[in-house]
Design a protein around this ligand. Structure first.
Ligand code: UD1
Ligand code: CA
Length: 462
């Protein structure tokens, strides 16, 4: 491979995936929160290819729209006539240089990673054709790697075309190849559907290369999980579990206490401090940063959040798009929505919802409240059942609360409204006007007492 030659990626994803039994194209099914195709494209990006083409067929426009990445060349394979035909469709529309390398990936291998892709690309520097293989205890259904007495790869035989002896071979074709562009073109032109499935098999190029004495590099990957293709939802579920277990293990070995590795799901990127503890049935999504000594109780969903040192999340809390400073305590049964910022030592209790609000250090909102579009200072105490009425049916309005404010239970703050530092709001108030600093505001009907009042009595039947 000369220094001027480039690497081009082709991702085959035209198959319908009949065995998924789904209206959704197979490559749009997700593993750990991201589509299989997105994961493969990420792995491809790691080798900085000069171009990336994806061959689509079934649900092409749906796949294209769902992936929403720039810089991808979408190729339509109107009829799925086989893997060889799919590659041909992509090559027909390309002007790759003769000594460019074409890296062929499948869109349904969700755990493909940079390490595996690099090892194949490296092998393609040593030979015009590099094929990634692996060894499986049960090779049923896969193309088998046929080697000669000198252990050189000479052909790939599909399951349906293999003799009983060949079916005993446990080294299989993963489907991943990296091929010199001119050779690939030359071999693809000779493909014929003379096989049990009447398809154009990409795998036939191996036999052709051998017949022409072209060097073939077989790369045996030691970790089959990373090259396993998904054919049905059971296979996808098994890969998901394996992936989750690996993530849990990595976190545990890095110093996180995990109550049950089988009951933690990570669908994104997590950064953990030291001595984090995670109880059962926790789902972490998106970008998550957990500081030292964070404790997450059972049954919590946490998405795109930063939790500072010593934060404690009690059971059944839902946190999305929130930034929690050190020593914050949340839950049980709390809901933090996007734009929530909780300053050091603040507390959000049960059945409290916070949205797009900043809560100052040490402030407490402990029971049954809704706080939205609010800026609250430090050391406030918000009583049970307090509601910021931020929406007038058309627009959202802000509530501004100073430091050390006490809001009596079951109060409504009708935004836009400002409550000055040190102010006190009597329980059951509906606050519609600004409250100056240090004053007491009571916004409720005065209590009336009626001495000698009689309860109505039932009328007697005549
Ligand atoms: C293929 C290989 C087999 C290998 C196995 C690994 C061939 C002939 N066989 O078999 O050796 O062990 O993968 O999983 O290559 N596709 C298209 N257009 C088509 C046909 C397929 O884009 O016309 C895509 C599919 O969407 C899929 C990939 O190519 O992403 C593989 O196709 P599939 O039908 O699953 O191939 P297998 O029969 O499993
Ligand atoms: Ca397959």
């Amino acid at each position: 491979m000369s220094s001027s030659s480039q690497l081009h990626v082709l991702v085959l994803a035209a198959g319908k995936g009949t065995r998924m039994r789904s209206d959704l194209p197979k490559v749009l099914h997700a593993l750990a929160g991201r589509t299989m195709l997105d994961r493969v494209l990420d792995a491809a990006d790691c080798v900085q290819p000069a171009s990336v083409s994806v061959v689509l067929g079934y649900g092409a426009s749906q796949v294209e729209a769902a992936i929403g990445r720039l810089g991808i060349r979408w190729v339509l394979q109107a009829e799925q006539l086989g893997t060889g035909h799919a590659v041909r469709c992509a090559l027909d529309e390309s002007a790759f240089a003769a000594d460019d390398r074409v890296l062929i990936l499948y869109g349904d291998i969700p755990l493909l990673d940079a390490e595996v892709v690099r090892s194949l690309v490296d092998a393609a520097l040593r030979a015009p054709l590099a094929v990634m293989t692996t060894v499986l205890a049960d090779p049923t259904g896969y193309g088998r790697i046929i080697r000669n007495s000198a252990h050189a790869m000479v052909a790939i035989r599909e399951q349906k075309d293999a003799t009983p002896a060949e079916q005993g071979i446990v080294e299989i074709n993963t489907g991943l190849m990296c091929v010199r562009a001119d050779m690939l073109r030359h071999w693809l032109a000779q493909l014929a559907p003379q096989n049990a499935q009447g398809e154009l098999y990409l795998t036939d190029i191996v036999g052709m290369a051998h017949a022409e004495n072209v060097l073939i590099e077989g790369v045996v990957t030691p970790d089959p999980i990373k090259v396993t293709g998904v054919n049905d939802r059971w296979a996808l579920a098994q890969l998901e579990r394996e992936w989750q277990l690996r993530q849990a293990k990595a976190l545990a070995l890095a110093g996180t206490t995990i109550a049950d590795p089988a009951r933690l799901d990570i669908r994104g990127e997590v950064t953990m401090g030291r001595d984090v503890t995670i109880d059962v049935n926790v789902i972490l999504e998106g970008r998550i940063v957990l500081g030292d000594d964070v404790v997450i109780g059972p049954n919590c969903v946490i998405r795109n959040a930063t939790l500072g040192k010593g934060v404690h999340i009690h059971a059944f809390s839902h946190i999305d798009g929130a930034d929690l400073a050190e020593e914050v305590v949340v839950g049980p049964y709390a809901r933090l929505r996007p734009g929530t910022e909780l300053a050091r030592g603040s507390r959000i209790g049960n059945f409290v919802e916070i949205k797009a609000s900043r809560i100052g250090a040490g402030s407490k909102i402990n029971h049954l409240s809704y706080v939205g579009d609010t800026v609250m200072g430090a050391e406030c105490n918000v009583g049970a059942g307090t509601i910021t009425c931020n929406y007038d049916g058309a627009n959202k309005h802000r509530t501004t609360i100073g430091d050390r404010v006490f809001v009596g239970s079951s109060s409504q703050l009708v935004a836009p409204v400002t409550v000055g530092s040190g102010a006190t709001i009597g329980a059951g108030s509906t606050i519609t006007k600004n409250v100056p600093e240090d004053q007491l505001a009571i916004g409720r009907a005065p209590q009336v007492l009626k001495a000698g009042w009689q309860r109505p009595a039932k009328k007697k039947n005549k």
